[in-house]
Design a protein around this ligand. Structure first.
Ligand SMILES: [Mg+2]
Length: 285
């Protein structure tokens, strides 16, 4: 358990006072369920992000969602009035691109949307789409254009023993209408069909945490990671030594905390409350 940094007589646990935020000089935010839900901005997110940008505090958005290209994401963020620049966006596709390069893999069989396939091509990869071409690995993403033909080809290639990766483990993606099947559900389907499981990237894996640290240029204990999921956002933050901030605007609710193995350092009702806490610490004017 982390020590509280207030007076030992303070009866309020640090998770309620936000004491861990005192050392924070940079922030990373999950998007879905944290900054917005569907097309709706969540309370306080615009004000907080504007304040961070005005104060010159480094921050970025880190999302597991690999169904959209970075450009599509930036357009969406800008349409909602959010400060959006390429260097402030980290997706699980960015992490996968770095990992494929590390492994020397160039011709992925991509289970991905057309814009995401184009992203990999623009980064110098030769995604395999034609049956005649031989891929050197299989990469699962959150493919909202998934077809049976793609599943079958991926299954054949995984059974043939090709290196097998997936951008993130989330089984569902939140939408205003409720959760929809995500990359983790495709992983489970292929595990049933082939017996094989991929190397999984994205939150809560260290590869995403390392990418966040490198992009912000700060040591882990200076970074607050803000998210709405205990088993991805909070887990990654705690395991990597970030200050773990849980916002109750998305998936996790207060009632989930007693049974969770992953405990946040700070709990806020929304980003409006986080904004107030950062003001209280003098991090923001
Ligand atoms: Mg989320």
């Amino acid at each position: 358990m982390r020590p509280t940094d207030g007076s030992t007589q303070d009866p309020m646990p640090a998770a309620h006072t936000g004491g861990h935020l005192a050392a924070v000089t940079g922030l990373a935010f999950d998007l879905d369920g944290t900054v917005y839900l569907g097309e709706r901005l969540l309370p306080g997110s615009l004000d907080l992000l504007d304040a961070l940008a005005s104060a010159g505090l480094p921050f970025l958005f880190a999302t597991n969602n690999s169904s959209k290209s970075a450009e599509e994401y930036l357009e969406r963020l800008r349409a909602m009035g959010l400060p959006a620049e390429r260097e402030r966006l980290l997706t699980s596709n960015d992490v996968a691109i770095a990992r494929l390069r590390e492994l020397g893999l160039q011709r992925p069989y991509l289970v991905a949307t057309p814009t995401v396939v184009a992203t990999y091509r623009s980064h110098g990869f030769a995604p395999v789409e034609d049956d005649a071409d031989a891929p050197d690995c299989v990469l699962l993403t959150f493919d909202t254009t998934l077809t049976y033909a793609k599943l079958r080809r991926a299954s054949d290639l995984v059974r043939a023993g090709l290196p097998y990766l997936a951008t993130h483990p989330d089984t569902v993606c939140p939408t205003p209408e409720g959760p929809i099947p995500d990359c983790g559900a495709f992983i489970a389907l292929l595990a049933e069909a082939t017996g094989a499981r991929p190397e999984v990237l994205g939150k809560p894996q260290p590869s995403m945490a390392v990418a966040i640290e490198a992009r912000l240029g700060l040591p882990a204990d200076r970074i607050a990671f803000v998210g709405d999921r205990l088993y991805t956002d909070v887990r990654m933050a705690v395991e990597h030594g970030f200050v773990a901030v849980l916002t109750l605007t998305g998936e996790a609710q207060r009632g989930d905390l007693p049974t969770s193995p992953h405990q946040p350092d700070v709990i806020v009702a929304s980003l409006a409350e986080l904004h107030a806490l950062l003001r209280g610490h003098g991090t923001l004017p």
